[in-house]
Write a protein that binds this ligand. Sequence first.
Ligand SMILES: Nc1ncnc2c1ncn2[C@@H]1O[C@H](COP(=O)(O)OP(=O)(O)O)[C@@H](O)[C@H]1O
Ligand SMILES: Cc1cn([C@H]2C[C@H](O)[C@@H](COP(=O)(O)O)O2)c(=O)[nH]c1=O
Ligand SMILES: [Zn+2]
Length: 209
Amino acid sequence: MFLEPKSGKASEKKSGWVEVICGSMFSGKTEELIRRLNRARIAKQNVEIFKPGIDTRYDEEDIVSHNQNSIRSTPVNASGEILLYAGNCEVVGIDEAQFLDSGIIDVVNKLAAGGKRVIIAGLDMDSTGAPFGAMPQLMAVAEYVTKVHAICVQCGDIAHFSYRKVKNEKQVMLGEQESYEARCRRCYHLSDKLPAVPAPPAKENETAD
Ligand SMILES: Nc1ncnc2c1ncn2[C@@H]1O[C@H](COP(=O)(O)OP(=O)(O)O)[C@@H](O)[C@H]1O
Ligand SMILES: Cc1cn([C@H]2C[C@H](O)[C@@H](COP(=O)(O)O)O2)c(=O)[nH]c1=O
Ligand SMILES: [Zn+2]
């Protein structure tokens, strides 16, 4: 369980920091983001929340988790807009950060340098297992990184891959359970080993190794 870090002595100018919540689809990134933001609100801190404008799966403005928890957010089309809108808030939340442009690294560093707590959630890997967008750099500059895990729908183990069930080569393809499933390492790679077409039957006198 992530516990909020304490900032420095009250007499000193407070420094901010960056927290990253990463993992596969269905791993609970959005739930954890909402949990941390709600706790900040209970502590009477001023919170602003952003998501990339591209992600309108459940709602134009709300951030919604797979189990229907939600929190109001401001959609942005470019990372620089976050600097403009964050204003005097104390805590900044950002969901689906993998979809934002690389300017987001500079933006979160500026926000933290200005004394804000910045909490970012996003997919660390795309469906091919490659790092997604600016997430690797965000994890590098963050003070705190939390990797959350889903459950493999094939075998019940811990899952950290988002397996794409439909054929589409594009890195960005919005979707839910109809297009993606959480898989563990073994079940994710199992699909590579299946022959694309059925192997021809062995000829007589030919022995299988
Ligand atoms: N394979 C799965 N493993 C774990 N949780 C799942 C799975 N499929 C659906 N869920 C649901 O998804 C919720 C997490 O949703 P969410 O926080 O939106 O995840 P993420 O933002 O990482 O995609 C879980 O609490 C659970 O109700
Ligand atoms: C793996 C993968 C995912 N996406 C899309 C699919 C969803 O719309 C979001 C991830 O949402 P979640 O809150 O993490 O469940 O990203 C994609 O575009 N490309 C991918 O490779
Ligand atoms: Zn598995």
